[in-house]
Design a protein around this ligand. Structure first.
Ligand code: GLA
Length: 421
């Protein structure tokens, strides 16, 4: 902003010297353009929802360079990289102190080779490297955070080769959320290295209302918990099961789109608290929401079912669809919710979510009027005929001339892709 005023005052002086009418237009244009040059996020980093892995859900503070390197290896060897996962992100607890000049210091016991070497290793695998800090004085785990050190930290991250920053909201008394996130955005931008900015403010200050200009994704809720539909109380705050988080996304879809996503928190698939059906339902709904797909399990010891869920390329294609339109709940009847998501080339994703623990019959007459007011898309199956493809069974279910009649197991989904014939 300092540069903004400096350049503006130079323009004023020029105009006074030139005394030309055209210069007035010049000033107006400058007012419009200069702020976008000197205060902005890096564009083009998240045209589709970011995909990767983060240490927190499974490992908490138990992070080390060994874990992160083994995770990067596993991301490649398991096929997750080929399925689209890209970022390997260390969450809280990598940092231990600041040095006498205020530079952040990584825990030397857990990261003996240093963060730059770790970033190099991850890059050598064709992956991208993410790190964590917080807008307050201390992080949520009580480590040194970035308040008052934003530009210094951004420069450090750029020097290390960081590609992604998750920025939390603990210990922020007296801070204005939008201003604090803008400060870090500007610090990252002025450090010069494109870094995806993942804002973790938990939704209290409605980041969806101001986040598109500031970051690439913003948490919409408090922390996820590894259960299907519970609330886990920590005393003064709660973490939330998958269904609780899903319900909190209501009314937010219009804020998301290419480059700026609602983030309902990282995945719990494969962490032990969800059955296979529940894990599949969780993953499917995050795909329908166009949510960032940040795995949160131990990639070095995944069951086949977990890997199958995380690497279902047909589900991922729905999440990564280039239109970037978040899906919507079309209907809810008894325990079954029906969700639609408009996709490119006239396709649609449809997901029937059975929230009950017992199986449910689902029926759908494709001639039903389905109109999405936000995208202005009309399913129009009275005019068009779609092929119906079952994303999890990986088989065709005929076309939309025939009504759907299926059974969905408890806490599971039937997820379909409709493609115009
Ligand atoms: C907060 C965030 C979590 C995680 C922890 C780390 O609770 O919401 O996702 O980053 O902090 O301490």
């Amino acid at each position: 902003m300092y540069f903004y005023w400096l350049i503006l005052s130079k323009i004023f002086k020029m105009v006074i010297r030139m005394k030309k009418f055209n210069s007035v237009f010049f000033i107006i244009i400058s007012f419009l353009i200069i702020p976008t040059i000197y205060a902005q996020k890096f564009e083009g980093l998240a045209k589709t929802p970011p995909m990767g892995w983060n240490s927190w859900n499974k490992f908490g503070c138990n992070v080390s360079e060994k874990l992160i390197m083994e995770t990067a290896d596993a991301m490649v060897l398991s096929g997750m990289k080929d399925a689209g996962y890209q970022y390997v992100v260390i969450d809280d607890c990598w940092q231990i102190a600041r040095d006498s000049l205020g530079f952040i210091v990584a825990d030397p016991q857990r990261f003996p080779s240093g963060i730059k070497a770790l970033a190099d290793y991850i890059h050598s695998k064709g992956l991208k490297f993410g790190i964590y800090s917080c807008a307050g004085n201390t992080t949520c785990a009580g480590r040194p955070a970035s308040r008052g050190h934003e530009y210094q930290d951004a420069l450090t991250y750029a020097k290390w080769g960081v590609d992604y920053l998750k920025y939390d909201w603990c210990d922020t008394d007296g801070l204005n959320a939008e201003a604090a996130y803008i400060t870090m955005r500007d610090a990252l931008y002025s450090a010069g290295r494109p870094i995806l900015f993942s804002m973790c403010e938990w939704g209290g200050n409605k980041p969806w209302e101001w986040g598109a200009e500031v970051g690439h994704m913003w948490r919409t809720t408090g922390d996820i918990y590894d259960c299907f539909d519970c609330e886990y109380s920590h005393g003064t705050w709660s973490s939330w099961g998958v269904m609780k988080i899903l319900d909190m996304q209501d009314g937010l879809r219009e804020y998301a789109g290419p480059g700026h996503w609602n983030d309902p928190d990282m995945l719990e698939v494969g962490n032990g608290g969800l059955t296979v059906n529940e894990g599949r339902a969780h993953f499917s709904m995050w795909c329908m929401l166009a949510a960032p797909l940040i795995a949160g399990n131990d990639l070095t010891s995944m069951s086949e079912e977990t890997l199958e869920i995380l690497t279902n390329t047909d589900a991922i294609a729905i999440n990564q669809d280039a239109l970037g339109i978040q899906g919507f709940k079309f209907a809810a009847k008894d325990s079954v919710e029906t969700w639609f998501k408009p996709l490119e080339n006239g396709d649609w994703a449809v997901c029937f979510l059975n929230r009950s623990s017992t199986p449910a019959k689902v029926g759908f007459d494709w001639k039903t009027k389905v109109y999405d007011d936000f995208s202005k898309r009309d399913l129009g199956a009275t005019k068009s005929v779609y092929q119906v493809f079952d994303v999890w069974k990986k088989k065709s279910l005929g076309d939309t001339n025939t009504s759907l009649n299926k059974e969905v197991p408890g806490h599971d989904v039937l997820m379909l892709r409709l493609s115009e014939k």
